[in-house]
Design a binder for this molecule. Structure first.
Ligand code: HEM
Length: 517
């Protein structure tokens, strides 16, 4: 008797014409080059922030504008850069349209220009979280004209829209390829109708991207509501809204948007590591179920941002704490333990791509542990709004998500441009970034433990300024690595934007497919 698997028609991956491949390749090259330049520039703005906190060299006015530029810029650039790396890795698996990539690029670029203008020209300085009613009541020190607030709010809306468009396209392409969402998300494997690793089934990168796509779309609705409410109250400040409700909406969307970084990083790891370890990473039942659980749990931890808001019902605090702990487990277990098993005794050569991925795992777990400590109400009482918070999120974003991104970029570059990035520069740059980066986050963590508040421009108290000076030294060391790697990226990518395609513009996941994934 025929098995259910055999009666199903085979699901073919997309077939691209050479012209379509070349258009997509060029677009990916443009994304990488733009993302690389912006990330490097924004890291240098971070260095400038530490310089101000160490020496008071620029006014508070500038500090808050630069803080907002750095924070909003980093959140936006890492999110879209990671999302587009996953996109490039999936293009041979899913029929992702290049025209949609062009639309997302335009939305992201416009969003970036608006943030740059609002912060550098308008000195808009609420911090990236733009908590109500600060945007419309800047106060005497910051004192921006509230006209600039519109630019910032529109920029946030455009970014959320760009990510939602990514989400819709991933789902559209996944359902088109597999015929229904069930097969895209691995339901057929969990129910035993198909075996993991069958060439016609889904894979871990598709499942992770699919879950992020659903969540990305889910953030847009509360995000749109809050932007509209804040535009109304900015236009007429006599219209008041409950500050706690606005904070709920901002953190629902904002907390998820920054969390996506790490999960998109995991999606990259699933595609890249097998190529170097020469072992497949199929979508096993546990991995699939873990991602379904992540899809639910990722929504709930944001309440840990509201422990100090006395009007917040205690029940929500409890859910926030429980979900913060619970959400860490499935992703770590299936991804990091899975990665260790994939490379164990595989004879892997530790070139920059797998090295950056493993550096990312370290940032993820240590930054995540810092987050869990802060998500414990008894400790949050002491750590809330101290430099502990930038400590944990820089660890998992700068030393976690950005490392995954670099791993993806080092892996994809020869396939996209026909030229590899220099391994020597990569490994020297990585040393500078990791040593300097861990000093930066180390000073944030120790400052937080010493109750030094975050988002203070300059306080002439020795322990505040001294910690900032050590952090500044770390930032300078990391800055050398950033400049080295950014220079190498430009060396390889700029000519490949102009020149004819490399002789064989190999699809990015080809190597993984050759391994029977
Ligand atoms: C050389 C590397 C970096 C340095 C020196 C640096 C430095 C800083 C400093 C000093 C702050 C302000 C801390 C405070 O007092 O609250 C900050 C905030 C922030 N940084 Fe970085 N940073 C770096 C890289 C990154 C990266 C790679 C990301 C994300 C991928 C990032 C995301 C953020 C965010 C989201 C904020 C919060 C902004 C706000 O409070 O509104 N940073 N950074």
């Amino acid at each position: 008797m025929a098995t259910p698997t055999s009666i199903r028609p085979p699901i073919a991956p997309p077939e691209w014409s050479p012209a379509e491949n070349e258009a997509a390749r060029r677009m990916t090259v443009v994304w990488v080059a733009t993302g690389g330049v912006l990330l490097a520039g924004l890291a240098l703005v971070g260095l400038l922030l530490r310089l101000i906190q160490s020496t008071g060299v620029l006014s508070d006015h500038w500090f808050y504008a630069l803080l907002t530029l750095h924070g909003a810029g980093m959140v936006a650039v890492t999110l879209m850069a990671l999302a587009m790396t996953v996109w490039a890795l999936l293009r041979n698996e899913l029929p992702l349209r290049n025209s949609v990539s062009v639309i997302m690029y335009a939305l992201t670029l416009l969003s970036g220009v608006l943030v740059i203008v609002a912060t550098l020209a308008g000195k808009f300085g609420t911090g990236w979280t733009f908590l109500y009613p600060l945007p419309e009541h800047p106060g005497p020190i910051a004192g921006w004209n509230t006209g600039w607030t519109y630019l910032y709010l529109i920029a946030v809306a455009l970014l959320a829209l760009a990510f939602a468009v990514w989400g819709f396209e991933i789902l559209h392409a996944g359902i088109k390829r597999f015929g229904n969402p069930g097969r895209m998300f691995g339901l057929d494997i969990v129910t035993g109708r198909t075996k993991p690793g069958d060439p016609n089934t889904t894979n871990p990168t598709i499942i992770a991207a699919g879950v992020m796509a659903v969540e990305g779309i889910a953030t847009v609705i509360p995000g749109a509501v809050v932007i509209i409410l804040m535009i109304i109250s900015n236009a007429d400040p006599s219209v008041k809204f409950p500050a706690l409700v606005i904070k709920e909406l901002i953190y629902f969307s904002g907390h998820m948007l920054v969390n996506f970084d790490i999960y998109l990083g995991a999606a990259i790891a699933y595609a890249v590591l097998p190529v170097y370890a020469k072992r497949a990473w199929p979508a096993a039942k546990t991995l699939i179920v873990a991602w379904w659980v992540i899809g639910v749990l990722i929504i709930l931890p944001y309440w840990h941002h509201l422990y100090m808001d006395f009007a917040q019902p205690a029940g929500l605090d409890i859910i926030g704490q429980a979900a913060s702990y619970a959400s860490a487990l499935p992703s770590v277990v299936v991804t990091i333990f899975g990665a260790v098993l994939i490379v164990y005794r595989s004879g892997i050569r530790w070139s920059p791509a797998p090295l950056f991925i493993f550096a990312g795992f370290a940032g993820w777990t240590i930054g995540g542990t810092g987050a869990l400590i802060d998500a414990t109400p008894a400790l949050n009482e002491y750590l809330h709004n101290t430099l502990w918070v930038p400590g944990h999120f820089h660890t998992y974003m700068a030393l976690g998500a950005v490392m995954f991104l670099l791993g993806g970029v080092y892996h994809a570059t020869p396939l996209l441009t026909g030229r590899p990035l220099s391994e020597r520069i990569g490994s020297i740059g990585a040393r500078f970034i990791l040593v300097g980066g861990w000093i930066v986050v180390g000073t944030f963590f120790t400052s937080g433990a010493l109750s030094i508040p975050r988002r203070y421009a300059y306080v002439p108290i020795p322990r505040f300024a001294d910690a900032a000076t050590v952090g500044l030294a770390g930032a300078c060391i990391a800055g050398v690595g950033v400049v080295l790697i950014a220079g190498d990226l430009l060396r390889v990518y700029v000519p490949s934007m102009r020149s004819a395609p490399p002789p064989t513009p190999a699809p990015v996941v080809a190597a993984a497919e050759d391994l029977g994934q």
